[in-house]
Design a protein around this ligand. Structure first.
Ligand code: MGD
Ligand code: MGD
Ligand code: MO
Length: 746
């Protein structure tokens, strides 16, 4: 690997002094050293706010210092002292803003006032809140059908805002509620619901203390869930085996120096993975199948559990026997000895947790892969006992809660019945658009108004050129946002930016300061209250925005919208009426640390169609792609939060000051006769033609041959809209068939 200024391999453990230094730098960059440090002391505390970073649960009862480097970046970027004002918009035409990169847009600071697009000057100009709501109401009420409007949600939205939002959308008359889950853990929900009767993970942090083995597939906790490293470190220290499957060697899965452990700050570190395997991209269905095969063939199944709680074992075991080692090795990219070794770790463990992330969900065969991982757990009764179970590690801090609150384009009839009864209206029954269908509908003109509660739809979605065209064809696009992003500058004929309060800010309503609630990746529901003064006097809270929008749009609604937002307890009382598991919500959520939503699998109850958990056989065929093409995965760097680019470094992977890089194996470089440092175009090859991105620096990396990695969102242009997971329709942004071409000299 070339050792120059941009690329120099990182030889230290994850965490350590560099994590502290980088946190400090983030506070300095946002000019919030004092405010930021003060703010951070309240992150993930019983009386503080829920970190707007990831959905990993808190250990707030045990520690006064509950944050991580990337949590600091998320908080610093929200608490920033920088502001985007109407003067900024007066200075810059939208066409000019659209030419700036994502890092520039994010770095301008917090949005401060509602703005409307003015086509005559190609600028955003100030607009009053009432006028903004009237504009949206007129557009919505002028549509031929409510199904011509789309209401997107990103997973930072609180339970209270999400509940009101889905209620408003359904009273208005549509189930067009796509969300970031559609691009994220949708496959986990689809797979687990069918198999175990609940789409959520079953484990808690206490299970991490009791597991004998933790298997981690397709997840990079060192960057995306740094607080998980603390749990893995404790587990490793007490002898729990940690088995990682990842095409890349991710530093956080290898070694961690805990900034809270003095010895580790003096140079020691803890080894995390006891076993580390590098399958090829998309090889996990074969890996999981191989592990199941060994368990069955070595007679290591838990017959009592299988007989009592499952269906379909015999057919599954037959299918495994028929699967050849040849195929398993070819498709996984691992050798039989490695797969048998990993299986033996699993067999030797009395209680095993299986974790997974986007490396599993964003593939065509993701649902099958997740079901194979769950098969593996079922074979040895690794659910419904301490220290064991499935653990899909969610992304956005409240993405799981938003689904619980009804942000879903395919609501169940039972949910709609309860919602309709509680609010005295007839909810629409027809299923709505998911993210991909929403893009298609806007592109074809079947949808004309796009409203986003947070997120950055224009940048987070696949097939950038098509998605941008889809958004531009809308009559109106509206974004409720905290920060400037791509979706504000790729807009409909009319466009509005509605600035809202962030998690860290005090939310004052008629009855005084309010707290909201969130649900983490392990189904703990707890309060979050901000403590910083709002970035501007003109910001509204998300619940207030929904209430005022509903009041403007639905004059005949029987819901007391404005009264509900006077005190969020009122919203929570309504949630308790409609959503299972939220009885006595206001009292239970005020217990420090909150409460756990019951997961039936913890008691070996599986509310599937048959009342049992199911084994599902799945044929291989995950890694199918023409031989002359590479498989490209699009991943996160250490300095980004999804489409938000905080900085240009990816420290653990040794990349500095650049984002347009493409990781490639030494073997492939040699085969092509190219060198580390060469500049290439990446071209995806699909039945409807080719898509390309230009000028990526090749970086020689420890990655299986035939596989490439690059960062999103820059590479989203390469993901064809119809390349997605079977059944779950998650864009297959981790298995893009591509070829490389040398970038032509300018
Ligand atoms: N700081 C920070 N925190 C975040 C986010 C962020 O962007 N920044 N995003 C949040 C969100 S919304 C989410 S969903 C999570 C995402 O967290 P992750 O799931 O960790 O997301 P990715 O960076 O996409 O990384 C996926 C990992 O899967 C591996 N991988 C890719 N393809 C395969 C494969 O075929 N097989 C296997 N076994 N591995 C594979 C990649 O090498 C990489 O290590 O993080 C959340 N937390
Ligand atoms: N190629 C590729 N594409 C991917 C992925 C991938 O791995 N590869 N990952 C996918 C995944 S897992 C996800 S979850 C999606 C993410 O998709 P999104 O959730 O749509 O995107 P984010 O980048 O998280 O959204 C960032 C914006 O949210 C706004 N925001 C931040 N905080 C708040 C808040 O408190 N309230 C409101 N209203 N707005 C706020 C800010 O304006 C900020 O610019 O991207 C997906 N896209
Ligand atoms: Mo996500």
């Amino acid at each position: 690997m070339a050792d120059d200024k941009t690329i120099h391999p990182y030889d230290k453990a994850a965490g350590g002094w560099d994590a502290l230094r980088s946190s400090w730098q983030a506070l300095r960059d946002q000019q919030v050293v004092f405010k930021g440090a003060h703010t951070l002391l309240r992150a993930n505390q019983p009386k503080g706010f829920d970190c707007p970073g990831c959905a990993w649960p808190d250990r707030n009862a045990h520690s006064t210092f509950e944050f991580c480097e990337n949590g600091v970046k998320a908080v610093a970027n929200e608490a920033t002292s920088k502001r985007v004002t109407h003067e900024f918009f007066a200075q810059h035409a939208v066409a000019w803003l659209a030419r700036q990169d994502d890092h520039f847009l994010e770095a301008q600071g917090r949005l401060t006032e509602p703005m409307a697009y003015d086509a005559a000057t190609d600028r955003y100009v100030p607009v009053g809140w009432d006028e903004a709501f009237a504009t949206i109401a007129t557009a919505l009420n002028g549509l031929a059908s409510p199904d011509e409007a789309i209401f997107y949600t990103s997973g930072r939205t609180s339970n209270e805002a999400a509940f009101l939002y889905q209620l408003f959308v359904r009273e208005y008359g549509t189930n067009n509620l796509p969300d970031c889950s559609n691009m994220c853990h949708e496959a986990s929900g689809v797979a687990l619901t069918e198999q175990l009767g609940s789409g959520k993970g079953s484990v808690t942090l206490e299970d991490f203390e009791q597991a004998d083995a933790i298997f981690i597939f397709g997840q990079n906790p060192g960057t995306n869930h740094p607080r998980m490293l603390g749990e893995l470190r404790s587990a490793a220290k007490r002898g729990c085996r940690i088995v990682a499957f990842n095409p890349l060697r991710e530093r956080g899965l290898e070694r961690f120096a805990d900034p809270k452990a003095p010895a580790e700050m003096l140079g020691a570190s803890t080894r995390i993975a006891s076993e580390y395997y590098q399958p090829r991209i998309g090889g996990d269905l074969a890996v999981a199948t191989a592990l199941c095969k060994v368990v069955v063939e070595r007679g290591a199944v838990d017959r009592i559990f299988i007989d009592a709680h499952t269906r379909g074992f015999d057919a599954f075991a037959d299918a495994l026997r028929e699967t050849s080692w040849d195929a398993l090795e070819r498709e996984s990219g691992l050798g039989r000895a490695q797969l048998e070794e990993a299986a033996q770790v699993y067999i030797d463990s009395l209680a095993t947790i299986v974790c997974w992330g986007m490396g599993i969900t964003q593939h065509p065969r993701s649902v099958a892969t997740i079901q194979m991982l769950a098969n593996l757990l079922l074979l040895r009764g690794n659910i419904g006992k301490p220290g064991a179970g499935p653990c899909p590690v969610r992304g956005h801090s409240n993405v799981q809660g938003d689904r619980t609150m009804g942000i879903y384009e395919q609501p169940s009839p039972a949910f709609l019945d309860r919602l309709g009864a509680a609010f005295d209206f007839q909810p629409p029954r027809k299923h709505g658009y998911d993210t991909i269908a929403a893009i298609e509908a806007m592109h074809d003109g079947r949808a004309k108004v796009f409203f986003a509660m947070g997120g950055n739809f224009a940048a987070a979605t696949p097939d950038t050129a098509r998605t941008h065209e889809a958004l531009r064809r809308c009559a109106l696009t509206v974004h409720v946002s905290t920060k400037l992003n791509r979706s504000h500058v790729v807009h409909g004929r009319n466009a509005l930016i509605l600035p809202c309060l962030g998690r860290t800010e005090i939310d004052v309503q008629a009855s005084g300061p309010q707290a909201v609630t969130v649900e983490d990746s392990m189904s703990m529901v707890h309060l979050s209250s901000g403590m910083n003064p709002p970035a501007s006097g003109q910001l509204l809270s998300e619940p207030a925005i929904v209430a005022r929008l509903a009041t403007a749009t639905l004059p005949r609604s029987r819901t007391p919208w404005m009264q509900l937002v006077e005190h969020y307890d009122g919203i929570r009382d309504r949630i308790a009426q409609v959503i299972d598991g939220f009885d006595d919500f206001n009292a239970r959520v005020r217990v420090p640390g909150g409460f756990h939503l019951h997961h039936p699998g913890r008691e070996c109850v599986f509310p599937t169609a048959s009342g049992k958990a199911h084994f599902f056989p799945h044929a291989l065929g995950s890694a199918a792609k023409p031989n002359d093409l590479f498989q490209l995965m699009t991943v996160r760097s250490h300095d980004q939060y999804n489409t938000t680019v905080y900085g240009l470094d990816d420290r653990y992977r040794g990349v500095h000051g650049v984002r347009k890089v493409c990781f490639i194996s030494a073997h492939d470089l040699q085969r092509l006769g190219w060198n580390d440092g060469d500049t290439v175009d990446i071209v995806s090859v699909w039945h409807d033609g080719e898509r390309s991105v230009h000028g990526f620096r090749l970086v020689e990396y420890d990655i299986p041959h035939g596989c490439l990695a690059a960062y999103f969102p820059e590479t989203n242009a390469l993901v064809p809209l119809d390349h997605h997971a079977e059944r779950a329709r998650t864009p297959a942004s981790k298995s893009i068939p591509v070829r490389l071409a040398r970038t032509a000299a300018a």
